[in-house]
Design a protein around this ligand. Structure first.
Ligand code: MSP
Length: 671
């Protein structure tokens, strides 16, 4: 069970350059846990900030021709702006150049010194300025830092040392007896294995530059940037107001795997020496990689700008992609086409259409009002969320946020399946209709609630349009009347296939010769026979004549909406080059294109009098169909409804007989 308070932090970023996707990812992950804790009523303190001292920053400031303080002040604004845009709900933003931090870092140094854990010696070693650390001979690859791929500098100077070696056994014992201390297990094992080797004392001062915190007992030296930076997690609780007794020890330090050693050996040793409690957990995330599997980093030149992605898809969509798509603790490739696919299928189709369907039906059939809570038989029997809610929180407690979202999505899909099954657009009895749509609204209330740590703005929009409270589900059983207001599509089909490209920093416009529509082969067909699928209650098995030698077998999800008699002998349009698939044992070669009507029904598009087998065209786009089109390639050419006509990028789909029409809603997708 979670405690009544939660203190969560992220790594503090080096502001030597602009923030990128990796920085954004870490902050969103931590923000998810902070918001999730608040949602449960747990008093939460969430800290982020900047690591502003050290040689790396000094060099960047020199290069920019600014004094270091001015340089970091300027950069701090850029980082703060990004974290504002990402909707990071931090309670405090610490900068290590602030006087409050200097004061505490000096106090910490003095405590450690009083313990007898600091001594002066000479040091000689290979230093990587980008990592801000000494590398051992075994860590070097061809004489270079393996992470930054740049030569190290030989540093030989007098320095103060921290007796890190003294704490090795104590830290190892702590990690062994607290399995939850390092997440994931893979990282825990990595550290335990490293702790079998000798641990060398740590040089914690530098005297060849002065951008840092001067040592209280020898101001010729500044504190080593990592000793200084790690102190931030505690110093932010000491000043401006001492809230240490409420929030220390920290519950969760969220960091990337490259700084594991600092957080799981050096920081615990510093705390043990100073006599402070150890944090409860270090949660280690993987790296955001580019499409070739390289860590996204400024020095590699492969960074995708999070602001561009947010501009294109909204902040909530980027947050969703981070939390859903990257397995907790693992590396993952950032791919705009993967994001686009999730946008269309999980957000647009699964969630967006569900909300729109329910809202429209409540409006058209029940005058915009529906009761939830109290006695909701169908809801508690068929959409009971208890097990899902439990599984969601269990995944959160296990730091497996992507799994929490998977649980939630299964429930979204179950709600869709329930509505397809109950087909409220066919129900005439008002009581029964209220029961079914009430179940839909009650389910979506839970969905919005659990979605709010990931997509706070979208969740609030769902709650507002369904007239349900977002915050507490404890009151789930309390009966209330919801006023459902007009709902606009939350995830509109993206007409234009703009692309955000790695490294280039510019959105790439699709070229005319590779227009995604050109890859589609859409043909006029006539349905010859209709049967129920033997093993899937949503599907019909159709025989469709496309003017080819043999008729095709095509499975179509129209069973909840139409009777076989509505379909036999009807002309339809078929995506003919869709890769064949086997759907629950029945092969299917193509897809009948249909769209959503205002009342929730799904209706096939209508080619009028066009001859069977004719290929559908769009003016100005030459047809160059792929042999076997994937679903995701189809989704790259989104078709939608405009004024009763099926359009692609506002241009009508047509045959020799005229435009393709459909009795569906304006703006609805055709799929
Ligand atoms: N300043 C130190 C941290 C001090 S914490 C007391 C630092 N800064 S950093 O700017 O280089 O990185 C900040 C965080 O971003 C780290 O946790 C790091 O792992 C993370 N990321 C930087 N690039 C990343 C990716 N490409 N992918 C995911 N996160 C990575 O280290």
């Amino acid at each position: 069970m979670p405690a009544d308070r939660f203190y969560i932090t992220t790594a503090i970023d080096y502001p030597n350059s602009v923030p990128h996707m990796g920085h954004a990812y870490e902050k969103v992950v931590a923000d998810f846990y902070a918001r999730a804790a608040r949602l449960r009523g747990i008093e939460t303190h969430f800290l982020i900030g900047l690591d502003e001292h050290g040689q790396k920053i000094q060099e960047a400031a020199d290069k920019a021709g600014h004094p270091p303080q001015e340089f970091v002040d300027e950069k701090a604004e850029v980082f703060r702006r990004l974290y504002g845009q990402l909707n990071i709900s931090f309670d405090d933003f610490i900068r290590t150049s602030e006087p409050r931090h200097h004061e505490f870092a000096r106090e910490l140094y003095e405590r450690v010194s009083k313990r007898g854990d600091i001594y002066k010696d000479h040091y000689e070693g290979d230093y990587c300025i980008s990592c801000e650390k000494f590398l051992t001979a075994t860590e070097l690859v061809d004489g270079k830092c393996p992470i930054h791929e740049r030569p190290t500098t030989v540093v030989k100077e007098e320095s103060y040392f921290f007796r890190l070696s003294k704490y090795r056994d104590q830290v190892r014992a702590h990690i062994e007896s607290h399995p939850e201390f390092i997440y994931p297990e893979e990282r825990r094992r990595e550290i335990l294995s490293r702790l079998n080797d000798d641990v060398r004392d740590l040089s914690i001062s530098r005297s060849t530059f002065d951008w840092g915190i001067p040592l209280p007992d020898d101001p010729e030296h500044v504190l080593y940037v990592w000793f200084d930076a790690l102190a931030n997690y505690y110093s932010a609780l000491v000043r401006p107001k001492d809230i240490t007794s409420r929030f220390w020890p920290a519950d969760c330090h969220v960091i990337g795997k490259d700084i594991l050693w600092f957080h799981t050996m050096i920081w615990p040793a510093m705390l043990l020496s100073a006599g402070y409690e150890l944090p409860r957990q270090v949660m280690v995330h993987g790296f955001i990689l580019d499409k070739d599997g390289r860590k996204m980093a400024k020095h590699v030149g492969n960074v995708v700008d999070p602001v561009e992605v947010m501009d294109e898809y909204t902040v909530d969509v980027l947050r969703y992609y981070f939390i859903r798509s990257f397995s907790s603790g693992k590396d993952g490739k950032f791919s705009v086409s993967d994001l686009e696919e999730r946008y269309n299928s999980e957000l647009g189709n699964d969630l967006g259409n569900l909300i729109l369907r329910v809202a429209k039906l409540v409006q058209t059939k029940l005058g915009g009002r529906v009761r939830i809570g109290g006695e909701q038989r169908e809801f508690s029997e068929r959409l009971n969320p208890e097990a899902m809610i439990e599984a969601y929180w269990k995944a959160v407690d296990a730091r497996e946020h992507n799994r929490a979202l998977e649980e939630l999505w299964e429930y979204v899909r179950a709600t869709n399946a329930y509505l397809n099954d109950r087909a409220p657009w066919r129900i005439k009895d008002e009581g029964e209709l209220a029961e079914v749509l009430g179940a839909g609204v009650a389910a979506l209330r839970i969905v919005a609630h659990l979605l709010s740590p990931v997509m706070p703005t979208v969740a609030a929009e769902i709650a507002a349009s369904l007239g349900v409270p977002l915050e507490s589900v404890e009151t789930m059983s309390v009966e209330m009347e919801c006023e459902v207001s007009a709902s606009k599509p939350l995830f509109p089909r993206r007409e234009d296939e703009k692309r955000v490209s790695a490294g280039k920093g510019k959105a790439k416009q699709p070229q005319a010769d590779v227009d995604p529509f050109s890859k589609l082969e859409i043909k006029v067909g006539k349905i010859e026979a209709v049967e129920n699928h033997p093993d899937a209650d949503q599907l019909f098995v159709l025989k469709v004549d496309l003017g080819e030698e043999e008729s095709r077998t095509i499975c179509a999800g129209l069973r909840a909406h139409l009777q076989p008699a509505d379909l036999v002998d009807r002309k339809v349009i078929v995506l003919a080059n869709l890769k064949p698939a086997v759907l629950r044992g029945v092969p299917s070669a193509g897809m009948v294109l249909a769209s959503d009507r205002n009342d929730g029904a799904v209706v096939p598009a209508d080619p009028g009098d066009a001859p069977i087998g004719e290929t559908i065209t769009v003016e100005g786009i030459e047809s160059n169909p792929k042999k076997k089109l994937s679903k995701s390639n189809f989704e790259k050419a989104p078709l939608s409804m405009k004024g009763g006509v099926v359009v692609y990028r506002d241009k009508p789909l047509r045959t020799s007989a005229g435009e393709i029409r459909c009795d569906a809603n304006d703006g609805a997708s055709v799929r």
